[in-house]
Design a protein around this ligand. Structure first.
Ligand code: NAD
Length: 327
């Protein structure tokens, strides 16, 4: 990673979550002062374990839906990295009211508080779900379809608000459309767990993973270190053309669920060879899912200098090692 944020005052919302905690760890390593605003709804205190006692770290237990929590969190901050949201397409289908409340209502409150406090830059987690039913592959930023879930709607509305705020009030915003992120500290448990930690935990316990559909669904699985790099670049760029834009953040390669299962089994099998005999079962397709997803990362590469360091095989191998050592 060439360009790294240093010596800044930074707020990470959702910092007790998977991506937020990885970002905070990297920001603290590079001499930044970091405030975390989190309500621990899906985040965990144990995700903060590595830096909770760091004098450059400050935790605010609060809610982005509460304007006074937002005002406290943005005070004296240079850059906001907004990661707090309720993730998961199925969660948003089951409970669109809470997902909308947090992902749109909370977004507007933290963005408004940041603008009022004259924060210079607001970088936020957008999502590949915004491509909806658009058929083109690879996905390019300016061609989106109709959203397929309440979650996708909320993430698209975030982009609309961010663009509007940058035009109306002059705050610099950058949206990062993450594609299926995985890596250390991602929650393997619960009804809304992402496929990679969930399958890995099952494999280690010799349980049989259920693949939705026939396993040909494909995704651009993105290692969290690539996502952290993109955030540093978005926070640091001084290229005017790079501001007030959204970017795909991915590796730019497609992996089917079947391939993913076999990679995970192969890497976990290095630690326990009996895992190599576990076979998946197949079930119905999942509501709100698209068949294939693949990002063009040309825009982030050209305007931000983004260059992913880990492809899917490298990322998965490193992640499996971490999981087996730490879980
Ligand atoms: N993980 C992915 O593959 C992926 C893909 C695309 C976009 N994203 C986006 O990236 C961001 C981070 O995702 P993640 O995977 O780390 O999820 P996560 O659930 O691990 O982290 C989200 C964090 O936000 C906190 N939070 C939720 N509601 C809050 C509220 N009202 N007030 C304060 N804090 C609140 C949670 O407690 C949690 O710590 C989210 O905005 C998500 O939509 C993630």
């Amino acid at each position: 990673m060439e360009k790294i944020l240093k010596n800044r005052k930074i707020l990470v919302t959702g910092g007790a979550g998977f991506i937020g905690s990885n970002l905070i760890e990297s920001l603290l390593l590079n001499g930044n002062q970091v405030t975390c605003l989190d309500n621990f709804s899906t985040g965990k205190r144990e995700n903060l374990k590595g830096f909770i006692d760091n004098p450059d770290f400050r935790l605010i237990e609060g809610d982005i839906r509460n304007i006074s929590d937002c005002e406290t969190a943005v005070r004296d901050i240079d850059i906001v990295f907004h990661e707090a949201a309720l993730g998961s397409v199925p969660r948003s289908i089951k409970d669109p009211v809470t997902s909308t409340d947090v992902n749109i209502g909370g977004f507007v409150k933290i963005l408004f508080a940041a603008k009022e406090a004259k924060v210079k830059r607001f970088v936020y987690a957008a999502s590949s779900s915004t491509y909806g039913d658009h058929p083109d592959l690879p996905k390019v930023e300016d061609k989106i379809g109709a959203p397929l879930s309440p979650y996708a709607i909320t993430k698209y509305v975030n982009e609309l608000f961010a663009t509007n705020f940058s035009k109306s009030y002059g705050i610099d915003v950058i949206g990062l459309r993450y594609f299926n992120v995985y890596g250390k500290r991602q929650d393997p448990d619960g009804a809304y767990a992402a496929v990679i930690p969930k399958f890995l935990k099952m494999l280690i316990r010799h349980e049989i993973p259920l693949i939705n559909g026939d396993g040909s669904v494909s995704r651009d699985f993105t290692y969290v270190k690539n996502v952290v790099q993109a955030n540093h670049l978005a926070g640091i760029t001084e290229n005017k053309a790079a501001l007030n834009q959204v970017y795909n953040v991915a590796h730019g390669e497609r992996t089917t669920l079947n391939q993913l299962f076999f990679y995970l089994r192969e890497f976990a099998g290095k630690y326990d060879s009996s895992i190599l005999t576990v076979e998946p079962v197949y079930g119905p397709d999942r509501a709100g899912d698209i068949q294939h997803s693949l990002a063009s990362i040309d825009k982030a590469s050209k305007l931000l200098g983004y260059k992913p360091t880990h492809n899917v095989v490298e990322g998965l191998e490193e992640y499996v090692k971490w999981f087996i050592t730490n879980m």
